[in-house]
Design a protein around this ligand. Structure first.
Ligand code: ADP
Ligand code: MG
Length: 357
């Protein structure tokens, strides 16, 4: 089984490729220095920040704000595991006639997720919680379950799938105008496929509220935000992991300004058993890990939640349908197929440099 430390290595590689390896670059014209680099864990994965500003102290303080933001987002809103979170409360209320009052932020996120479910014909499904719990995916990432892994029985998957479907979620404004969500008995929301991208949108807002940081590249797991510019004006370099050799890159995206890049891959979290790989991106049509002939999908978008959600949806849909879905959202897509072929949207080509033969 792939362990947490391997994930750390992959993320560390991504970090270097993002151009955050040294503090020696400086701009003689405006005295902006950097990148000032910070590594932390957030949302069950590695968060890395490369910040450009004049003073190291300013960068450090900002990086701590970012870390606090990600931690609070998880604790107060998105975690299915922590009793303090809104999502925990929503899931605990499943089956109740009273519903559960939502913050504006979570109501908006849930609406966007339901829209993505519809647009992807159910390939993306924010209500897949019962199936995700059955596979016990979160324990794979933490490296705590090696012996205990078992493939769920067909009947168990059927029962769990019966409790899924975003069309079963009811979202309504209460008498006081606050929106409430109503889940049917046994339903469970899981924001694992969009949480990191959503967090990066919040971090983008933190960057926009201040002026000291003139450029930044911040990653949470396989999702990356680029912001502003480097002092020397060169592009941000975002590496796309080679799914066949995850300690190297399949290629690099060269980007100017503000972008969100998310990659979903079958090498990110998986268990190997009975001679096959069980990975963490599940097909809601079957309940099993998706098998659409791709091993990695990268999405480039101007929206964090969408880059993350679309990378998951497109992984399940495969290149043909996935390309159409990304296009409908104005996003660029890059698919690496299990046979090694790389397929990308026309708009992606201008940013991509391949490292593969
Ligand atoms: P990662 O979390 O490694 O960045 P993804 O963004 O692709 O990868 O999200 C995978 C996570 O999303 C899984 O761990 C699970 O919690 C959840 N998930 C798995 N399959 C689906 C799906 N079809 N729709 C929505 N969420 C899913
Ligand atoms: Mg995703």
């Amino acid at each position: 089984m792939k362990c947490f430390f391997k994930k750390l290595l992959i993320c560390a590689l991504c970090f270097v490729c993002c151009g955050c390896g040294s503090n020696t670059m400086s701009d003689p014209w405006n005295t902006v220095s950097g990148p000032w680099n910070y590594t932390d864990t957030a949302m069950g994965t590695v968060m890395q920040q490369g910040l450009y500003c004049r003073e190291e102290e300013t960068a450090q303080k900002f990086s701590q704000n970012v870390e606090r933001f990600a931690e609070e987002l998880e604790q107060e809103m998105l975690s299915w595991r922590l009793e303090t979170s809104e999502v925990y409360g929503v899931n605990a209320s499943a089956g109740s006639m009273e519903g559960y009052p939502l913050s504006e932020e979570l109501a908006e996120l849930l609406r966007e997720c339901i829209a993505l479910s519809e647009a992807s014909e159910g390939a993306f499904d924010v209500t897949l919680g019962p199936v995700v719990r059955l596979w016990n995916i979160d324990s794979w990432a933490l490296g705590t379950q090696t012996e205990g892994f078992r493939v769920p029985a067909v009947e168990e998957l059927e029962q769990a799938l019966n409790r899924c479907g975003s069309e079963l979620v009811r979202l309504e404004a209460g008498e006081d105008g606050q929106e409430k969500v109503y889940l049917q008995p046994g339903m469970q929301l899981d924001f694992g496929a969009v949480g990191k991208g959503f967090a990066l949108t919040g971090i983008q807002a933190l960057l926009e509220e201040q002026t000291a940081m003139t450029g930044a590249v911040i990653s949470v797991g396989g999702s990356v935000l680029t912001y502003g510019r480097k002092p020397d004006g060169t592009s941000w370099k975002v590496g796309v992991v080679n799914p066949f050799a995850p300690s190297s890159f399949a290629g690099v995206l060269s980007l100017q300004g503000q972008w969100f890049v998310s990659t979903s891959g079958d090498y990110e979290r998986y268990v190997e058993a009975d001679g096959r790989r069980y990975h963490h991106i599940l097909d809601p049509a079957t309940g099993y890990p998706a098998d659409s002939g791709v091993c990695s999908v990268t999405i480039l978008s101007e929206d964090g939640m969408l880059s993350d959600g679309l990378s998951t949806a497109c992984f399940i849909l495969g290149p043909e349908k996935g390309m159409a879905l990304a296009g409908a959202y104005g996003a660029e897509a890059l698919f690496i197929r299990t046979d090694g072929d790389v397929i990308m949207s026309d708009g992606m080509k201008q940013y991509w440099t391949s490292n593969m033969q």
